[in-house]
Design a protein around this ligand. Structure first.
Ligand code: HBI
Ligand code: FE
Length: 299
């Protein structure tokens, strides 16, 4: 069971008791009439803060995607208007969901170029942190990169591989790959602090982690290695202890072409690594000071 399934069953239930008609694939019609002035104000505030903070810190492909998609800054976007730009660009569409959906449903959507986007916005008192993805995390964090054809193809190939891994009972390994790339991935960039820029949605949508991932001395920053990532546990409740940096998106795409069946059989036999471990064979960009690290709790 992936972390999201066990930790969120109750909230899955709670989210679905909102009187919204949820289809068998867990999609809903975006209830645009339910957004109030507070929701639009929270979107406006998060959008302005993150776009200002991300300049010079996030990869160019994200900014290009945000620009091309024409995401509104002043209100929660209509998913239909996003799809008008997204679908012709890379064949992806976003679908509204009540919140976290079961792993297999999620991967089924990705394998069909549908990205599930939570419809509701966080409350003003959750501006700086909330554990579950809301509309701002999913839409602002994940969707602009789906305008980039190489990243879009990676996400599609990832969805197919994750479905197969789910059937082979190796889902936790694919969940780690998603976590350390799509959610918390960095990309090498010599001209930037610590030689990295940001692309992971969990970082892009978080003020604290935008600064921490690129500038803090605490975390390790290691060169991306597929097997290494699949062995490495992670935490869902604090800043990451280790970030993995890809050379470029082409590297991600080549990862997605891997014969995962053979690889999973090999990796599943290896012992899992703690989130903060550094191995002899790691390509270390920066070795963390480990300041502020909590003892255990890795998944
Ligand atoms: N559901 N809505 C939603 N969003 C996610 O990011 C998500 C999910 N369900 C499962 C899931 N992610 C995990 O399987 C991946 O993060 C690996
Ligand atoms: Fe996410």
């Amino acid at each position: 069971m992936s972390t999201l399934d066990t930790a969120n069953t109750a909230s899955l239930k709670a989210q679905f008791d909102t009187g919204l008609e949820t289809r068998a694939d867990f999609t809903i019609d975006q209830p645009t009439e339910r957004y109030g002035a507070v929701d639009h104000a929270v979107w406006r505030q998060l959008y302005a803060r993150q776009t200002a903070l991300l300049k010079g810190r996030v990869c160019d492909e994200f900014l290009e995607g945000l620009e091309r998609i024409g995401m509104p800054a002043d209100r929660v976007p209509s998913f239909d208007e996003i799809n008008t730009e997204l679908t012709p660009a890379t064949g992806w569409q976003i679908v509204a969901v009540p919140g976290l959906v079961p792993d297999q449903v999620f991967f089924e959507h990705l394998a069909n170029r549908r990205f599930p986007v939570t419809w509701w916005m966080r409350r003003p008192d959750q501006l700086d942190y909330l554990q579950e993805p809301d509309c701002f995390h999913d839409l602002f964090g994940h969707v602009p990169l789906l305008m980039n054809s190489v990243f879009a193809d990676y996400m599609h190939a990832y969805g197919r591989a994750a479905l197969a891994a789910h059937d082979a009972g190796a889902l936790p390994l694919l969940a780690r790959l998603y976590w350390y790339t799509v959610e918390f991935g960095l990309v090498c960039d010599e001209a930037s602090p610590n030689g990295v820029k940001i692309y992971g949605a969990g970082i892009v949508s978080s003020k604290g982690e935008t600064l921490h991932s690129q500038q803090s001395a605490a975390p390790n920053r290691l060169g991306f290695n597929l097997e290494r990532v699949m062995r490495t546990r992670y935490r869902i409740d604090t800043f990451q202890k280790t970030y993995f940096a890809i050379d470029d998106f082409a590297q991600l795409f080549s990862v997605a072409q891997t014969d995962f069946a053979a690889l999973l059989a090999r990796v599943v036999a290896e012992p899992a690594l703690d989130a903060g471990d550094v191995l002899q064979e790691d390509h270390v960009l920066t070795r963390g000071s480990q300041e502020g690290w909590l003892a255990d709790g890795d998944i």
